[in-house]
Design a protein. Structure first.
Lengths: 114, 114
């Protein structure tokens, strides 16, 4: 069964460093997303990406964040200068075209900023 | 702003007993509704979804949820739980007129006791 894969599963980084979280969405999907879940809090939407551009972003997704689809298979989330409060589980998701389709999620990357 | 409320953060339940997880969302406009499950140390998996048609939807492992438009609810039920149902359950809503992101509830942690 096709699945969304994320690497690494766990990333520890020092405050102020740049991190790149990687995702391989399901191959024929056209919508891509990043969500995050701070420990003990809700899963929050960060950004959606369609047709090689950001289609929607939340207020969390500020200038420190960027997304990219560098080739036909990968979808990345970059945090330029990490803060302690960026520590969270980051989920990538993808969805096929059509309003009535569901999003498939990856296993998540746990980011710890120290 | 759209919001999703899961009234119970934790639900302890004995094996073979029934369980109901409550979910309410903030608006009665057209929505797609989802329940995702997160088993320990795993990602988010779709449990079931309401897109249109019959208001009662079922999963392959015995869960069911009913869409109630007048009460803006999508409660999840299972008549007899197993130990393997121990997980965190997330209700999520996609508002048809508000982009294609998911808005999540806070999650309900179900602990099934023998």
């Amino acid at each position: 069964e096709p699945e969304v894969t994320q690497t690494p599963s766990h990333q520890v980084t020092q405050m102020g460093q740049e991190v790149i979280l990687r995702c391989v969405p399901i191959s024929n999907h056209l919508y891509f997303y990043w969500y995050r879940q701070i420990l003990g809090q809700k899963v929050e939407f960060l950004v959606s990406f369609y047709n090689n551009e950001i289609s929607e972003k939340s207020e969390i997704f500020d200038d420190q964040f960027s997304v990219e689809r560098p080739d036909g298979s990968n979808f990345t989330l970059k945090i330029r200068s990490t803060k302690l409060e960026d520590s969270a589980m980051y989920f990538c998701a993808s969805r096929d075209l059509g309003g009535d389709t569901e999003a498939f999620f990856g296993q998540g990357t746990r980011l710890t900023v120290v | 702003a759209q919001s999703v409320t899961q009234l119970d953060s934790q639900v302890p339940v004995f094996e073979e007993a029934p369980v109901e997880l409550r979910c309410n969302y903030s608006s009665s406009v057209s929505v797609y509704l989802f329940w995702y499950v997160q088993y320990p140390n795993q990602g988010l998996q779709l449990l079931l979804k309401y897109l249109s048609g019959s208001t009662l939807v079922e999963s392959i492992n015995g869960f069911e949820a009913e869409f109630n438009k007048s009460q803006t609810s999508f409660h999840l039920r299972k008549p007899s739980v197993h130990i393997s149902d121990t997980a965190e359950y997330f209700c999520a809503v996609r508002y048809k007129a508000a982009g294609n992101k998911l808005t999540f509830g806070g999650g309900t942690r179900v602990l099934v006791k023998p």
